[in-house]
Design a protein around this ligand. Sequence first.
Ligand SMILES: [Zn+2]
Length: 90
Amino acid sequence: MGGAGIAKYAAGAGPDGAPAAQGSHLTTMSQKCDRCGKGPMAGNNVSHSKVRTRRRFMPNLQSTRVLEGTRWVKTTLCTRCIRTASKQAS
Ligand SMILES: [Zn+2]
């Protein structure tokens, strides 16, 4: 990621005023990218004895701000979308 962590892109749909998430990453926050909608995937932890327990694969979400017109709006994006946005901005 470049550009001092600032991603600029014109979002099609503006983010609704999502409350600032706090606490554990397993609760409260909707674990979705505001741009591509990527969310948690389900899978198994498999031990050496092949005992399977359920787990969740979380997307790498980061809180960033994007330039919408003239305003900076805080959004939650996956790192893939932040990278794409920073490439489109230049
Ligand atoms: Zn995304």
